[in-house]
Design a protein around this ligand. Structure first.
Ligand SMILES: [Zn+2]
Length: 478
């Protein structure tokens, strides 16, 4: 037998989510195999404009599509890909992701099919409920820490923190290993485990850069700030609007508020200051959370065991399907979707409550460029009304931001990147500026390795720009 070295090129191609947050979709090609990572939409756009640049790639060549988690910017164009394109590959996600995906996207179809003008514009619909149902049956599930092999493409799911069911995928093709983080967090929170470092090393790391080089305050401080802001607002008779994505981080906020309300029962409890979770999905989604407690961290499982009652059955929070059943008297706290105030319930309440200076709008998620949530943080004097574009609404309410988005900050990201030890790092899921700052910080962090065999290469490609890497594969000649 004779071994010889042969160069083989690995290609990375971003169809969305490169130098931006939104419409995540990345293509990997190596030795004739093609893997697609995520299939999201961009929350600041509507209809076809919200899709990744699918026309720039032949989707019929994709062997495997892996979905990291259920957030719309990672999963909401999947029914479009599966039903409306020439994609013929196999699709995988974790069990909780699949369970939540179903309800979430059916709500997404409902919201987007109404259209921004209030009438149904069929041409603008990305897909229908029927598409969604048909795609659902063809999605396969993967357990955490198990490896699946599809024609020589091996992939393993690891815990990513972030939201229930979120996974990192380590993909191995002909010995070359790539780790895709999706969105991830390294801080243990009230219900989720933090992201784990896979036991085997990776040659390439594709990592999110949402917060760039910013630093988060510790969780305990953020929780305190959140409860104090809400407490002082309701004490002065104000209303609190928390725009949240219906599922995921909203449940973390509810765990914090339900506990705080129990601790201040005399003052807030017994409906004196009601907390509402307003979402079409409320009940369905809470049942998914109640079902998957066994996939959460030790802390919450211990509470579940000790108290014999489900921690996601809240004592101080009631569900609202819509605003018709809501009597708006006196102070209240409202968690309402969507999280970026684009339309729907949260937007209606924003327009109703923003003229009163007693009220508070508290942003807890990551706000994408071009959305109302991003705009309102600038504390504008007026807001455009969504139902009456001619009208401007005065904005006098207080605006605050306390992040519970569950993305790594710079320190956590750097520590994780160092632990992975990949020599090639591809940055995705970040606006250009924070991503550029992260790239510079990483390059200076690894500067001492420059020119050596262990040099770390960092890439921040734009959408539809190929990153090509050469690997010397060992080929066995017969
Ligand atoms: Zn996410």
């Amino acid at each position: 037998d004779q071994t010889q070295l042969s160069k083989t090129s690995f290609k990375f191609f971003g169809l969305g989510g490169s130098n931006e947050v939104g419409r995540s979709c990345h293509i990997l090609q190596y030795k004739g195999k093609t893997v697609m990572l995520d299939a999201g939409i961009h929350p600041a756009h509507q209809g076809l404009a919200s899709l990744p640049f699918y026309d720039e790639f032949d989707l019929s060549t994709v062997d495997v599509l892996l979905i990291s988690h259920f957030h719309l910017d990672h999963a909401a164009s999947l029914p479009y890909v599966m039903q409306r394109t020439n994609f013929r590959g196999r699709v995988f996600m974790t069990h909780p992701t699949k369970a939540i995906y179903r309800w979430l996207l059916s709500d997404f179809v409902k919201v987007t099919s109404i259209g921004s003008n209030g009438y149904n514009d069929k041409d603008e619909n990305l897909y229908t409920d029927e598409d969604l149902a048909e795609s659902f049956d063809r999605i396969e599930t993967i357990d955490f820490h198990s490896t699946i092999d599809v024609n020589g493409i091996k992939f393993t799911a690891f815990h990513a923190g972030h939201v229930l069911g979120a996974a990192m995928f380590q993909v191995e093709i002909a010995g070359l290993k790539t780790l895709f983080t999706g969105d991830y967090s390294r801080e243990t929170d009230r219900h989720l485990n933090s992201a784990e470092v896979p036991p085997s090393s990776s040659d390439i790391l594709i990592v999110e850069s949402t917060f760039g080089t910013a630093t988060h305050e510790p969780r305990i401080n953020r929780e305190k700030k959140l409860t104090q802001l809400i407490h002082s607002t309701v004490l002065r008779g104000g209303r609190v609007l928390l725009p949240v994505f219906a599922l995921g981080r909203a449940q973390e906020i509810m765990l914090i508020l339900d506990e705080f309300w129990s601790q201040h029962h005399d003052e807030l409890g017994n409906g004196q200051v009601p907390i509402f979770y307003a979402s079409n999905l409320a009940r369905k989604c809470m049942s998914v959370f109640q079902t998957y407690v066994n996939m959460m961290n030790d802390d919450i499982r211990k509470k579940f065991r000790d108290s014999q009652s489900n921690p996601f059955i809240f004592k101080n929070i009631s569900y609202l399907k819509n605003l018709d059943e809501f009597q708006d008297f006196g102070p209240s706290v409202m968690l309402a979707s969507p999280g970026m105030l684009q339309n729907g319930l949260s937007r209606d309440l924003l327009e109703k409550w923003c003229p009163d200076e007693k009220n508070l709008v508290l942003i807890t998620g990551y706000s994408v460029e071009g959305t109302m949530a991003k705009y309102i943080i600038l504390e504008p004097d007026t807001l455009p009304s969504i139902n009456n574009p001619e009208a401007n609404i005065p904005r006098r309410c207080q605006i605050e931001e306390v992040s519970f988005a569950a993305h790594v900050d710079f320190r956590e990201n750097l520590d994780f990147i160092e632990k992975i030890g990949a020599k090639n790092v591809i940055l995705v899921h970040g606006e250009s500026n924070p991503m550029g700052r992260l790239k510079s910080a990483l390059l200076s962090n690894f500067a001492s390795l420059k020119g050596t065999e262990d040099e770390v290469h960092v890439f921040n490609p734009r959408n539809c720009v190929v990153v090509e890497l050469e690997f010397k594969g060992i080929k066995v000649a017969k």
